[in-house]
Design a protein around this ligand. Sequence first.
Ligand code: DGY
Length: 323
Amino acid sequence: MSRPRVIVTRRWPQEVEARLAEHFDVELNYEDRPLDRDALKAAFAVADAVFPTVTDTIDAEVLSAEPLRARLIGNFGVGFNNIDLDAARVRGLTVTNTPEVLTDATADLAMALLLCVARRVGEGERHLREGAWSGWRPTHMMGTQVTGKTLGLVGFGRIGQAMARRAHRGFDMAVLFFDPFPPVDEVVRELGARRCETLDALLAESDFVSLHCPATAENRHLINPERLRRMKPGAFLINTARGDVVDEAALNDALGDRLIAGAGLDVFEREPEVLPDLLARENVVLLPHLGSATRETRIAMGLKVLENAVAFFDGAEPPNRVA
Ligand code: DGY
């Protein structure tokens, strides 16, 4: 029997690409150039499965390929807001994602952003590299203490909980969370966390607010001008979720007006574009969507896509099916 034909839209870690080739007739993207919309659409007409990643927009138009050969979309990423799930269902496609394996890496990076912005790490490094450092002095580049402060988590799923563990156990922080679908009480107790009934209550109490909610239509611009005004004047915003959860222009204004003290951002509304004003600010730390970017995690993500696809083509239920 011929093997399923698979198209992978971007370069993956080499060892995972080799594993894919053991199971599938696979077309790899050696040059790592993003596929344009026509190429993506064509992929659905010629392959049994397409393995896109979070920057490939798989919408109804792309899925209108005729004739449609693909039956599976194996997304390389836990977030799947790049895929129109309804359109996929209409066209009879199964969709999978890669949860769990990137939880620790993403929580590590959120904590890194929090520490960097509070302790002015990026600013200090630029200062030193520019040759501007004139030596130690008691008032030089004073930042904000992290240990013992209050962290508010917006979204308390896997990554939010991993962040709580780091903050509470490692930095003795008080942890609050807001989530319409909270975990069981035992989990909340074990993490030393406290639930806020409203997002506004969380914003009013937190020294650091870290976003860990999905990019649903309801969460678009969840952090808007009014919500930024509800944050404490000395507070910091951390975003490793998705760019459009934050109204980026409003955040830029809030930073400029010193409504909040700073922000650590790994995701942006129009990646890879970043507001020029944000690039010019010292009180922000900006990273190019690196949440899951460890070797170990990226390999594990690729192997998850493989596991899901092998199950699917064996006629079994893929473990991480989202549609
Ligand atoms: C995801 O998986 O959704 C991340 O944003 C990329 O790792």
